[in-house]
Design a protein around this ligand. Structure first.
Ligand SMILES: Nc1ncnc2c1ncn2[C@@H]1O[C@H](COP(=O)(O)OP(=O)(O)O)[C@@H](O)[C@H]1O
Ligand SMILES: [Mg+2]
Length: 260
């Protein structure tokens, strides 16, 4: 991981218009080039953090500071649902961000095809989303997010709805894309095992109102594969992250309606 910060959330709080306090004092630095996972229970504000980083929301107080102003907005976003346009071919879906950026049709098509090749979908460029499996749709969503070559890729529980075999395969494919792509990843998950397998660093969030309760570098060799998942080192890292998560959850039982 590079120690060179890309962006920083500084004492960020976020209250939604209906009064829900989603975040209370989030401090988080994202380093250029790292694979950072944001791990926490459902409702702790993970998606809210991604929306703040993407500029879709503004903090109620605190700051989202970018080290290089040009990096702001240089973002690809992948959601839990692939959100492909059903009436358009896979190629046209992947080309969409380039169309919106005013890139010409011929160049857009060739860049979309190159991106589809990287995710193993070149044979499905002219297919429609309904012809693809869930895993293939997610690959297409990844290609669409990366087609503009963003510096930062935001992923919001992208594999949560997939079966386990497909999910493990996509974990490896995402890691390969990250290794060769030179972009930074901010990955949201509620899975301890997924976060340890994928990440160079993990930030653990506590229950609402969300804040970062712990951070951990993942002490595993950068190359990850099946042997990683069954190794003792992986097990030890998963236990360490689980312990952080348990600490994160503990204060909740001491507030509100009380313990038990
Ligand atoms: N648009 C919204 N309006 C009001 N409350 C919201 C909105 N979006 C999310 N919330 C609430 O904010 C909290 C954090 O939500 P979210 O960031 O989606 O959590 P997570 O992604 O960790 O599950 C939750 O209590 C959720 O119900
Ligand atoms: Mg969410």
């Amino acid at each position: 991981m590079s120690a060179d910060p890309l962006l920083r959330l500084d004492a960020v709080t976020l209250s939604y218009p209906n009064g829900t306090r989603a975040l209370a004092g989030v401090d988080l630095t994202v380093a250029a080039g790292e694979f950072l996972s944001l791990l926490g229970p459902s409702g702790c504000g993970k998606s809210t953090v991604l929306r703040l980083v993407a500029g879709l929301l503004s903090p109620t107080s605190g700051q989202v500071e970018w080290t290089r102003p040009a990096a702001r907005g240089d973002i690809g976003f992948v959601f839990q649902e692939p959100t492909l346009m059903p009436w358009a071919t896979i190629r046209a879906n992947v080309r969409l961000p380039l169309d919106l950026a005013g890139v010409g049709r011929a160049e857009g098509d060739s860049r979309a095809l190159a991106e589809l090749e990287k995710v193993g979908l070149s044979d499905f460029a002219d297919a429609y989303p309904r012809e693809l499996s869930g895993g293939m749709k997610m690959r297409a969503a990844l290609a669409r997010a990366l087609v503009t070559r963003p510096g930062l890729l935001l992923l919001d529980e992208p594999f949560a709805a997939l079966d386990e075999i497909t999910r493990l395969k996509l974990n490896d494919d995402l890691l390969a894309l990250w290794r060769h792509g030179g972009f930074t990843v901010l990955f949201v998950t509620h899975s301890v095992f997924e976060s340890v397998y994928l990440s160079s660093r993990i930030a653990v969030m506590g229950p609402r109102p969300g804040r970062i309760v712990g951070e951990m570098m993942v002490d595993l060799p950068p190359e990850r594969d099946l042997a990683t998942r069954t190794g003792t080192l992986y097990g030890a890292q998963c236990r360490a992250v689980s312990a952080l998560l348990e600490t994160a959850m503990a204060p909740a039982s001491n507030t509100g309606r009380g313990a038990g």
